[in-house]
Design a protein around this ligand. Sequence first.
Ligand SMILES: [Zn+2]
Length: 86
Amino acid sequence: MALFTEESLQYLEKTTPTLLGSAPWNSLFGPGEKVLVSGIYRCEGCGDEITSNKGDPFPPQNTHQHPGVFDSKVQWRLIVETQTKG
Ligand SMILES: [Zn+2]
């Protein structure tokens, strides 16, 4: 689970996805798919978290392994979107 402190909480803002902006929040992304928004992603299968940058591919299937979970697919869900300039 992503961590923050009382002090770093000031840099987090709760968002309510709009119809146009809900896609990255309500989608699951597979290995090698292109990252739509930079941020922290959580694997639905094992709970592992990664940071991924917009435009990069998600880790390929052979890179991310579920420790102890063999029968679930790797699917990444956006949990924190970073606001990256440029
Ligand atoms: Zn996993």
